[in-house]
Every structure is written in C-alpha cells, then in structure tokens.
Design a binder for this molecule. Structure first.
Ligand SMILES: Nc1ncnc2c1ncn2[C@@H]1O[C@H](COP(=O)(O)OS(=O)(=O)O)[C@@H](OP(=O)(O)O)[C@H]1O
Ligand SMILES: [Mg+2]
Ligand SMILES: [Mg+2]
Ligand SMILES: [Mg+2]
Length: 316
C-alpha cells in the first residue's frame, strides 16, 4: 500500500462532494454573500463546503487538527437564521440526515490556527469572488506533517466542461482524476521565457498587476497574461496550460494564508515545477495559519524559475 493511500481517498472524496455542493449552490438563483470583517465575501457554499470536508476528516481521522478559512460564528447569530437554514439545507442535499447542530460543529472543526505535527488545511472555496462572478474557484485541501505538505486534493469545479480534480502525494507525483482513471500531470518544458504563458489573480488587490506587466516585459513574454481566480492557477501551471504564476505583494504586511497555497504548491511541485516566494525562498508551511516568513508566491515549470526570480529582483 502506498503512503497516505487512505488520506488521498478521503481527501479526494471530500473535495469532490464539496464541489457538488458548490455547483448546486451556483446553479441556484440566489447565492448572496455576507461580508466578513475584512470586507471579503463568504457565501452559503463556502460554509457548506467547509462542513462537508471537515466532517469527512473528523470521521476518518478524529485526532487530526484542521486549519480552515471559515468559522460558524456569523451563522450562529439570531439575525442570520435564514442564511443558517440555507447552509444546512445545502449540506443535507449532499448528506441527507445532517442537522443544524452537526453542520455548525463540522464548520467549527476547522478553527485551529496553530502549527501541529499533523494538521489539515482547507480553503472551502478559494476564489470566492470568482465563484460569485461565474469565474474559476477551487476547493483546496492539504495535509501537513511536521510543517511539510504531504497530501493535496484540489477540486476546480469550473475548469474544463465538467470540472477537474487534482491530487498529489509528496514524492509520488501529481495526478488529474479522469473517468478513465488517474493521469499523471506534468509542467511544460518551456525554457525560453519569451514563449511563456503567465497567469495571475483577477483582483489587482491580491497581486500587483503593474509590477507583473513590468516583469513580463523584462522576460520578453509576448502573450497577454491570463487572469484567473483561485488555485486553478496552480492547476494550470501543473498540467502545462501555463508556465508561470505570479502573486506579487501589493501592500507590506499581508501574510499569505496557508490554505490559499498548500494544495496548489504540492500539485505543482509533484508535477515537476517549482514554488517559492518572490525572493526565491522556499514556502514555510510550518508556522501556523500564515506564510509569515515569505512574501508573495512565484510558481513556475522549474526551468524558468531562476530567470523569473531574477526579473522580479530587477523590477523591485
Ligand atoms: N491583499 C491580499 N493579498 C493577497 N491575497 C489576498 C489578499 N486579500 C485576500 N487575499 C486572498 O486571495 C485569495 C484569492 O486569491 P486569487 O488568486 O483567487 O484572487 S483572484 O480572485 O484571482 O483575484 C482569497 O482567498 P478566498 O477568500 O478563499 O477567495 C484571499 O485569501
Ligand atoms: Mg482562498
Ligand atoms: Mg476561501
Ligand atoms: Mg475568503
């Protein structure tokens, strides 16, 4: 039996069920969002997805901790009874018999924030803004053992015609799930930056678009950059749709969250690519909920990595 076989099965199944919930919500006529304290949106589907995935982990691995983006505080308040009811109803469509108390407890299973020898990290919907505007989004789950990402499952429900599921195990490769079975994925062999395709966030608040344009110019990249929401960007580089993913810090002090990167990081790394911060330092997932020792993220097919880092250094 290969390492982490059970974790991979549970993780894949969990993100797949959560993706069904998200698509159910998106196909409905009303998926209004609530604004969180940082003004970012959270929807019925973010809460529902977190409930589904955390339940699956709790059942299979009761002693594991979970660092997930959302919590149920807002849902427990009296004036959010309607939203709470809709979250429970969506969870019941996927898990008949689930009740309100269970649903809220499953969401709150993800409130860990500290590093631990064995801890999962979950973004129930990465790219909530993309989810709301009909763009890309992802359900991203990673397992950290002693601060190293060992297992990843990444569902991109809006990629391709029917969505796409990716998974990876450290040292064992990265794969895309298909009806014919799991297919190994690999980054591009592009070594000439002028031929590269670059992807970046849609929101200029999440990555500095002006600076990436400058770097693209230095690298003589001819094609316009592809703006895509969520960790679908990591999947795009991992399977060779793009060569470079740039996430350039926009304001001093923002600490990237581990759930925004853990799954995508392992999928690209195991597909033969490289992921570091903008200075070329390895991402440090051992510090709790944020990448506080890193600034920004650069992901490439590996061959282009040093050239891209040099262009960033030159531009800053
Ligand atoms: N200032 C700042 N800098 C960098 N990143 C930030 C910032 N603010 C928010 N976030 C996080 O960005 C996550 C979405 O990233 P994306 O690459 O999908 O952005 S975009 O939708 O393509 O614009 C988004 O994840 P979700 O909340 O899961 O959507 C946030 O965790
Ligand atoms: Mg996110
Ligand atoms: Mg999210
Ligand atoms: Mg969010």
């Amino acid at each position: 039996m290969s390492a982490y076989q059970r974790e991979v099965e549970i993780a894949q199944h969990a993100v797949t069920s959560a993706a069904v919930l998200c698509q159910n919500v998106r196909q409905g006529d009303d998926f209004a969002a609530l604004a969180k304290s940082d003004n970012s949106p959270v929807t019925v589907a973010d809460f529902g997805s977190q409930a589904i995935v955390c339940r699956a982990i709790r059942q299979a691995f009761p002693d594991d901790l979970i660092i997930a983006e959302e919590n149920a505080d807002a849902l427990r308040s009296d004036d959010q009874a309607e939203l709470r009811g809709r979250v429970v109803a969506e969870v019941q469509r996927v898990l008949p018999g689930a009740d309100e108390t269970q649903t809220l407890a499953w969401i709150d299973a993800g409130v860990s924030r500290d590093a631990a020898p064995r801890v999962w990290t979950l973004d129930p919907i990465d790219g909530t803004k993309g989810f709301l505007r009909g763009g890309q989004y992802a359900v991203a789950l990673g397992l950290l053992i002693n601060g190293q990402v060992e297992v990843a499952a990444l569902a991109c429900p809006a990629l391709d015609d029917d969505g796409a599921i990716f998974w990876a195990v450290r040292g064992a490769g990265a794969f895309q799930h298909t009806p014919e079975g799991d297919k190994a994925i690999a980054v591009t062999p592009t070594a000439n930056s002028a031929e590269a395709a670059l992807c970046e966030s849609v929101e200029s608040g999440h990555s500095d678009h002006d600076q990436s344009a400058q770097i693209a110019k230095t690298l003589e990249i001819a094609r316009p950059s592809v703006r895509m929401d969520s960790q679908a960007k990591y999947a795009a580089v991992a399977r060779g749709d793009a060569d470079i993913y740039l996430r350039l810090p926009t304001r001093a002090g923002y600490e990237e969250k581990i759930w925004d990167h853990a799954a995508g990081y392992l999928v690209i790394t195991e597909a033969g690519g490289k992921v570091t911060d903008i200075e070329g330092k390895p991402l440090d997932f051992s510090l709790g909920s944020t990448l506080k020792n890193n600034r920004g993220v650069v992901a490439t097919n590996g061959k282009l990595h040093d050239t891209v880092i040099a262009a960033i250094v030159a531009a800053s």
